[in-house]
Write a protein that binds this ligand. Sequence first.
Ligand SMILES: [Zn+2]
Length: 387
Amino acid sequence: MNYEDFDKLKAIYTGLIELVCTAKKSDTLNERMDCFFKIFQIVRACLEFSPYTHFYTQVLIDIIVKTYNTKVFRTDLLLKSQIGVLIENPKYYAKEFYEELEENPYTIELVLHTFTDNIDKVSDKKHKEYMKYFETIRDLLIENLMDKKIDLIKRLELISKYSNNSIVRNLSVPEKLYLYETKRVFDIHYLNTNPAHALFLDTKFKTKYIVDKPLSFKEKRLDVEEIVKIMKEKKIVAEEVYELENTEEQIRFELFKVIQNNFVINKCENCGRLFIPVTSSNNPNQKGRNDQKYCNNLYKNTGKTCKQIGALNKQKQKVQNSLILKEYNREYKRMHGLHYNHTKEFKEKQFKEWSKKAREIRNNYNDEQLDEFKIELKNLSDIYWRS
Ligand SMILES: [Zn+2]
């Protein structure tokens, strides 16, 4: 994500605020339901944008909805989200009563219920006040997301630096986690438990198992083998997922997975972005492809990937370093210019013939034979153009 992306996200959030407000102020349930589904689409669009938006979008919607429902600035929800955003204006400070109030879990039924809850008419003045508050929240959330992104990159950069280092690679996963924790990549609470002197990695990742299609009661009563058959037929996908409570945990989780999988991370020498080199397997024993210098992202408005740009630069450098190539290129430019300005006397066919022969000569010489090369090339050119 770059700064432009954050601007786009700000625009999406502005639209989101408007939509949720419209829903809360509308008179009919139908209208509210309509908004509800539109909001779902926006939430999904945000996720495609960056998986990190999840907790931010959730808390933004929650604050808007519950502020309308309770007629109180619901800054307590910001604290409860553990995103780590602090609000400066005392007007928006969280009310103690709400701070202690336990929130409903985010199940679709409960979210929908809160969302469609009927509220009293809101005056225009109140609405304006609310809007200001929501915009403040929006800006703080985006600012925080930017900070977190920068922070994540810093932490990944350190991992990247040692990701292809065999001494580090050969450590066990817990050893690596400990190593990076000491280097402050993690802020995991390693507990020092006396007298055992053991260290524990304190993660809160909850492992859950999910399936995409349920079995009917009737199906569940079948034999095991029958059920397996149905699972295959229905193409039921069962997966292991992790439940993460907040963004910091999401970041830790990603770093954890990077370390656990021993990924090599390189820094693109063109754009500076971190990337995982594409190998048949990101396997340390299969050396060679892990040293890719350029990423496969499109670079700015060039329409070329960094890898393509890298290849071009390499070619350029080769030319710059080779005296023969430099000489050849100079002569090529001169002859091309002559052909270009005298297309009748020095026709395209002749120029092509010249360049073919010139290339052959070029390939027969090395940098130590520069003088001989110059003479032979000049002799060739003289056949085509006498100056
Ligand atoms: Zn790049």
